[in-house]
Design a binder for this molecule. Structure first.
Ligand SMILES: Nc1ncnc2c1ncn2[C@@H]1O[C@H](COP(=O)(O)OP(=O)(O)OP(=O)(O)O)[C@@H](O)[C@H]1O
Length: 232
């Protein structure tokens, strides 16, 4: 069995409403190369919260997250968040256009000056445009305001930005295809899976996904295993 890429031990997050009840209670997880871990659980059970804790976007009360055996602080949070990338369900509240957004992210210093991980804005843009085009997104949509895009267009563009940037080892997907019709959903699924090391078109750095979905049929198609957060 390959080495553990991402390890969680005892991750616990309590509500700050005075009750002290846990949103996440002692969550353990080992993620390995080529894993597509399906995160399931009833609505409100803490799936998004867990992804944000893994990405160090939420502060948790207890527990450890290790990437390749190292704590996020050893990488520094900006670099860690490049390697463990959270892609939210919909980026529709952003100002400007998807093209602006991609330019802004690629200018962050954690994305510059590190060999293969250093996607220049142009490289990242070309890769993202190509990915999105395969999902039915015409290039002109990159220069349309987020607010003027349909839910499904914004969702595909957000995914294409995240995956096109390069440099991520683990991508955390929060219901990535919830706004898409079934045919487009399957196309997007296939193309995302192809980016893994055992896929047809490996991205080079990407090694695994954690993927929230409410669709049992999608979980069956893409998942290599499942964690039910309601049972933790
Ligand atoms: N910033 C926050 N502050 C306080 N409570 C929060 C916050 N974000 C989420 N919660 C609460 O944490 C619990 C878990 O929410 P979360 O969004 O992680 O659930 P989920 O499993 O992703 O739900 P869904 O399937 O509906 O998207 C909910 O009770 C929610 O109200």
């Amino acid at each position: 069995m390959s080495e553990v890429l991402l390890r969680l031990r005892g991750l616990t997050l309590r509500r700050d409403d005075g009750t002290g009840s846990a949103i996440l209670n002692d969550v353990d997880l080992d993620l390995r190369e080529n894993d597509v871990l399906i995160l399931k659980g009833r609505s409100g059970s803490g799936k998004t919260t867990l992804l944000k804790c893994i990405a160090q976007l939420n502060v948790y009360d207890k527990g450890k997250v290790l990437l390749n055996g190292k704590e996020p602080s050893e990488y520094g949070l900006p670099e860690y968040r490049t390697k463990v990338l959270y892609i939210p369900q919909r980026p529709s509240l952003l100002p400007g256009t998807p093209h602006d957004f991609l330019r802004t992210i690629s200018s962050f210093s954690s994305r510059r000056g590190k060999g293969r991980q250093a996607s220049t804005s142009n490289e990242a843009f070309d890769r993202a445009v190509k990915l999105a085009r395969g999902w039915g997104i015409e290039p002109y949509l990159w220069d349309r305001e987020w607010a003027e895009l349909s839910g499904g267009e914004a969702q595909r563009l957000g995914l294409a930005v995240g995956l096109g940037m390069g440099g991520a080892e683990v991508v955390l997907l929060d219901e990535p295809t919830s706004a898409l019709d079934e045919e487009t959903m399957k196309t997007v699924e296939e193309s995302m899976l192809s980016l893994l090391p055992n896929g047809k078109n490996p991205d080079g750095t990407l090694k695994a996904f954690i993927w929230i979905t409410h669709e049992a049929s999608q979980a069956d198609r893409v998942g290599t295993r499942t964690l039910d957060i309601s049972q933790q």
